[in-house]
Design a protein around this ligand. Sequence first.
Ligand code: BGC
Length: 761
Amino acid sequence: MDIQSILEQMTLEEKAALCTGASAWTTTPIERLDVPEMTVSDGPHGVRRVPDVTQMALESYPATCFPTASCLASTWDVDLVRAMGEALGEECIALDVDVLLGPGVNMKRSPLGGRNFEYFSEDPYLAGELAANFINGIQGKGIGTSLKHYAANNQEFQRFSIDAQIDERTLREIYLPAFEKAVKEAQPWTVMCAYNKVNGTFASEHDELLNKILKDEWGFEGLVVSDWGAVRDRVAALRGGLDWQMPGPQGRHVEAVVAAVENGELDEAVLDESARRILRIVAMAQATPKGGDFDKEAHHALARRVAVEGMVLLKNDGILPLKGQEQIAVIGHSAENAHFQGGGSSHINPTFVAVPYKELQALAPDAELTYAAGYPTDDSFCQELIDEAAGLAQSADVAILYIALPTFKESEGYDRTDLDLTEQQIALIKAVTAVQPKTVVVLNNGAPVVMSDWIDDVSAVLEGYMMGQAGGGAIADILTGKVNPSGKLAETFPIKLEDTPAYLNWPGGAGTVRYGEGLFIGYRYYDTKKVPGQFAFGHGLSYTTFVYGNATVSAERFTDSDGVTVSVDVTNTGDVAGKEIVQVYVRDHVAGLVRPDKELKGFAKVSLEPGETKTVKIALDFRAFAFYHPEYGQWITEDGDFDLLIGGSSADIRQTLTVTLDSSLDLPCILDEESTIYEWLADPRGKPLLEPIYIKMEAEARAMFGGGENEHHDTNGAIGMDIMDMFNDMPLVSVLMFQQHQLLAHPEDIVAGMLAQVHQA
Ligand code: BGC
């Protein structure tokens, strides 16, 4: 397709129509110019290709339902994520889909978010790494992706309208970096804007987010598509950088665009640019012929591998793996009816579904299994089911409780109101553990549940997440020890809801949600505030043990443009092969602005035979040490010392190295009329100008208020603060005002003169 020539031949009406969908899932074709339609489908963890593209309906062709993002993220395995992307690409080809609507990289601001199961993590670095690999996997097959939902779509409450109020630094450091990394490293064909507003403007009309940051600053080359129904004012959205409105058709909006161009309200160049971006992606889609079949068995097996690597063994007193000869009471509705995906637009029609009970029996043929449902599917309470289950548990050697958080508690479209299992499930666990000390809990849910009511009474907990269609087999793999668990949490599990970072600012009201906790979500909050969690970010157990040693760094003193590489030896000291996820966090000793206690900046998953040692190397670049400074309007580094914390989780740091950074940045001067003495002294241009004045100022101040440095005595004779500590935090001009009598010029003129000099320098 010669895009420029097509664009030149297109009428205004055709361009306006192209920028809106023709149906629920397709672009508008222009037959006259041989521009075909392009088909998109949900997403993200499977292909939900509807038979009739004019319908929004949830029925779809069978496709592999892979584990959802919470489970996928817990693999921390970028190669596996890429392999899953490739499989999704193959299914798109077979099912005639040009663009898969995913991945979702919104941050898990609160575990209450109804859609957290579709998102990777509370950490932007981890989410960005995974998303980039997911996208590269799919796009490597010639199929497009849609990175969503841009930006700050972190809750379901009033998701179509809520105004997320987020300060600039928090947006840049927490809510945007996963998008930024994915765009810069993988160039998704499309980015989907969020429904909500961000700082007063709909994400679909957000010039700053769409045009300035996404397209200009990050260099996004693809098209921006609206979330389904996110466009209110089509003309404002085009101006704001929203290229393609979905779903279609939207005749009225198309007419509005035509009218706006005709009456001069919308520059036709803006429409041309959106049309050009859409044509480019339609052309890319054409390059991959569709049709054929995909390998259902192979993809089911891959889904099992992802699930087994993503499940997280949270607790184990040694009961797991099972010996295989036990009498096992299998309890829980989800043992017979796997709960493997979430409600809403991501719902996949699976090709097969592994039944957890049967899979366990298959891997433990010598064990004697009995089954009781334990809890109903609805919200009713049924003591009989509990009594029956407890009876079975009592007469068995071990009880395995399969507990799934029901969809009425967790789905797209609404947030959770608590972090609890159902009343019946909690009562069931208590009744079973009262008669059977050897109890294992297997959870299927999309986001953390609280466990303090029962965790101490159970022997083991396996977090199975929404494990995809093959997850039933993956649970059996882990319970029987066929596979050694290696997943680690990509989110913190709190002890109670009240401990969660956004608790006081969730979910907002009166049309607004204030992100009052700022940078401090997830472990950034728990670790900085020293709030204990139930299970830390990065936590996950194995059937073997790993020892870390010989941590070294490529340079103890370095510049940010060079970065450093951390090396550490990891040894499997147990009897079985296993995989360890090595994490590197960075802690800034002293910073100009408040920073979290530590932040994840690198990780690697390493596979080790018993007794084997491997050296893991993790590179840290400029961004590993930088923070976003709103006054400079950019990421900055500062000179100084940093700890590199190497460990198995955010709470399990095994080795610490300290390095010294020499910043290579030549930052613009940000001193102004309000700058304090501290700020003048901290600025390399301000300091030499202020120093001679400061010496006089200090002498004058000490003469006036008495006392030498650190020696000031208050009227009671107690040692108090140094008077200069008080002055140093005042604007220079205000301090000078106190000393006007001995100045040769007015303080305002003095400061104005100094500012002129520093800004010239
Ligand atoms: C969801 C998107 C989804 C779209 C199409 C929206 O409601 O927020 O994630 O891709 O519908 O189904």
